[in-house]
Unconditional design. Structure first.
Length: 199
């Protein structure tokens, strides 16, 4: 198994109740399945994002790089969709669900998120230390912490609605698109098997 395979499973579990949930490990990428678990969820999560007001861009180059970031239809999303389509999987995009998943397989109730490494805080301890040494550190740390909190809330909300949630890192998708697609396909197969057992 390649070293990146367990990256998502170890994603700061100490900060959340994910630590106490089972690890669902398909053959290639390890991720979490939270279906059927009763998890804590705040009654009124704050949707207020940290404000950039009062901050200055560190350089014109950095500002231009941030402007080129897309919130949807990213390279990783498009690559994953294309790979799933070639494998015969049909899906919807950005469904009307908590967190607006990037890929929604409605028939099997599988929701897939392609999480950007920077925006969703991959290797958070190391990334946070780097941000604290850079410009506008207070804003960026608060922004990414808010994103990570929102990820947990949306995952829990989907779980309570009976969805299987698959979260993949964008660099894993771009480096190993077939393995990333296989994770989704195995999640679908697991749902299908469970449904047949319940009949």
């Amino acid at each position: 198994m390649p070293p990146w395979a367990v990256a998502y499973a170890s994603r700061e579990s100490r900060e959340s109740s994910w630590e106490h949930m089972p690890t669902w490990a398909p053959s290639q990428i390890r991720t979490r399945s939270t279906v059927g678990w009763s998890v804590w969820m705040p009654d009124r999560p704050s949707n207020r994002a940290p404000s950039f007001r009062g901050c200055r861009t560190s350089s014109p180059r950095a500002s231009e790089a941030m402007r080129r970031n897309h919130s949807r239809d990213t390279k990783a999303e498009l690559l994953l969709r294309r790979t799933l389509w070639q494998a015969g999987m049909r899906f919807r995009i950005h469904g009307d669900l908590p967190g607006r998943p990037d890929v929604v397989i409605t028939g099997h109730r599988v929701a897939v998120f392609c999480d950007g490494d920077f925006w969703h805080g991959r290797d958070w301890a190391r990334r946070r230390a780097m941000l604290l040494r850079g410009s506008n550190s207070k804003y960026w740390v608060a922004k990414i912490l808010a994103n990570r909190k929102r990820d947990r809330i949306n995952t829990h909300a989907l779980s309570r609605l009976g969805w299987t949630v698959v979260r993949l890192w964008e660099t894993d998708i771009t480096a190993y698109p077939d393995a990333a697609a296989q994770v989704v396909l195995e999640a679908v197969e697991a749902r299908a098997a469970r449904r047949s057992d319940e009949r």
